[in-house]
Design a protein around this ligand. Structure first.
Ligand SMILES: Cc1ncc(COP(=O)(O)O)c(C=O)c1O
Length: 496
């Protein structure tokens, strides 16, 4: 629970200021800490991001998030490492310019030497001089489903990671700590697999048309009905790509004269959708309700810039679980604010759907809220369901409107039938409609694994971020050399 020392938690757990009576840190965060029944050997780290007070009465259980402060020495060494690598990068670019060092990078053609450089932005510099040093541990081809362990294609480099040669051998049983295969549906055996094969035999893989032309299959309708039932909303629509679900539907909902209030750590697809919509965008601090409320109040009081007319629409964009921070949205408070200021709420559940809540129905289920309080429920099928694509759920009028106005509904080819089948089967298993308790078992296993993994990493002294219930567990390595070394060690760690 991240709130002031005077507040009390609903279940009676008391919050108190972090040990040692430390004051606010330099970045302004006040380090708070909550006492919860934790295992005796569990030493909770110093925390930050307790930015402001929160309305605890809206939560039915403790809301515990930890963002341990970077130790000063680690911060100094990390900045120094990046500084040294950058200086070396500029030096090596200088050598490359003078043909003293062999140049492996993309370059302007001879006849375009006088043009403004096309590729020489900072990202390119970073890839060329920093990322290249640890490239051997990234993008290794995976030769199996992304389960708990994976088989990877062995590669060798003879030019310091510029190019790789495949040996033809497969490294088996490498521990996978990166995929979003929350419920373990990324399998090539079992119920999903059998159903997917049968669907491929019936429909084939491709559809070759959009939903509104020749690509509307009965299986798409079946999926949408199921998704609506799963979410507890009136209606749902599905799309072939999760990223496009955000980037193409937000512009269908808002435009000029509308205001979007977006969490500063929102996913790129939400950011792109907001920009494409042409709306005015204002960014609030991550999961900070004071910051959101201030923007809402200002928006109501001042209206649009210059004319001061009221905004046509105010849309709040948040995610369920933030995939890089492992934090969970303070949904009860966001809903209270959106009701108070009469704004609309767009919730991206890409990482929380299937992975959070007693029934796996996402962040709404986790907090025990009413799905009808969220105006636009968005999510993807790429993580918990091991499929592809995304959905929008909500009122029937909303979905009917999007079917006619969303670019991804009108212009994108519809979802591949075996993918739709994969989602249907996985969702039915989660709902227990397959007649087994497999879904409940997977949900319980994920929650136990999350608690165990977080506790063990903490005990081992790693700095991890996020909510105690979040299956996204960001582990901070900080120094670039450590990132490479960690990757190389993981490649040696064959699972028993
Ligand atoms: C919050 C969020 N929204 C949308 C997406 C895009 O989904 P997809 O990868 O299915 O295209 C992602 C991808 O990771 C995500 O994290």
């Amino acid at each position: 629970m991240t709130e002031s020392s005077t507040n009390k938690l609903l279940n009676g757990d008391a919050c108190h200021r972090t040990s040692n009576g430390r004051k606010s840190s330099k970045n302004g965060f006040v380090k708070n800490h909550c006492s919860l029944q934790l295992p005796q050997n569990y030493s909770r780290p110093r925390e930050k991001n307790q930015n402001g007070t929160h309305n605890s009465s809206l939560y039915k259980k403790p809301f515990l998030e930890s963002f341990e402060e970077t130790p000063l020495l680690v911060a100094v060494f990390t900045y120094m490492s990046y500084g040294i690598l950058t200086i070396f990068g500029y030096f090596r670019d200088f050598l490359r310019n003078w043909n003293i060092e062999k140049c492996n990078m993309a370059q302007e053609r001879e006849e375009q030497k006088d043009f403004v450089p096309l590729y020489q932005d900072f990202e390119n510099f970073y890839n060329r001089n920093l990322y290249i040093r640890i490239r051997d541990t990234w993008n290794i081809p995976v030769c199996c489903p992304p389960g708990a362990t994976m088989d990877l294609g062995e590669r060798l480099t003879f030019d310091y990671n510029w190019t790789f040669k495949y040996t033809g051998k497969v490294m088996k049983g490498i521990i996978n700590i990166g995929s979003y295969n929350y419920l373990g549906f990324a399998e090539n055996t079992g119920a999903c697999n059998i159903a997917d094969v049968a669907t491929t035999q019936k429909y084939g893989v491709g559809v070759s048309s959009t939903r509104c032309e020749m690509g509307n299959l009965d299986i798409h309708g079946e999926l949408e009905t199921l998704v609506a039932r799963f979410l507890g909303v009136e209606s749902a629509m599905t799309f072939g790509m999760g990223f496009a679900t955000n980037s193409m539907n937000i512009p269908a909902l808002t435009g000029k004269g509308c205001l979007i209030l977006s969490d500063e750590l929102n996913h790129a697809s939400l950011v792109l959708g907001a920009r494409l919509s042409g709306s005015t965008i204002r960014v609030f601090k991550h999961n900070n309700m004071q910051s959101l409320e201030k923007l809402l109040r200002d928006a109501i009081v001042h209206g649009q810039p210059r004319t001061h007319r009221p905004w046509k629409k105010i849309l709040i964009l948040v995610e369920g679980i933030y995939s890089m921070e492992g934090s969970i949205v303070r949904l009860p408070e966001v809903i209270a604010l959106k009701k108070r200021y009469k704004a609309y709420l767009y919730l991206d559940e890409a990482h929380s759907i299937g992975a959070l809540g007693p029934n796996g129905r996402g962040v709404v289920d986790y907090f025990g809220l009413d799905p009808k309080d969220v105006d636009i429920m968005m999510g993807t099928f790429t993580k918990s369901f091991n499929g592809a694509g995304g959905y929008i759920g909500g009122k029937k009028e909303l979905i009917d409107y999007l079917r006619c106005h969303s670019h991804s509904a009108l212009y994108a080819t519809s979802m591949s039938p075996p993918v739709a089948q994969q989602i249907i089967t996985a969702m039915r298993i989660i709902m227990g409609e397959d007649g087994t308790t497999q879904g409940a078992h997977r949900l319980r296993q994920l929650s136990e694994n999350t608690a165990y993994f977080r506790r063990k990493l903490n005990d081992m002294g790693f700095i991890i971020y996020g909510n105690k219930d979040s299956p996204v567990v960001p582990m901070m390595l900080y120094m670039p050399a450590k990132i490479g070394a960690f990757g190389r060690e993981m490649l040696k760690e064959i699972s028993a």
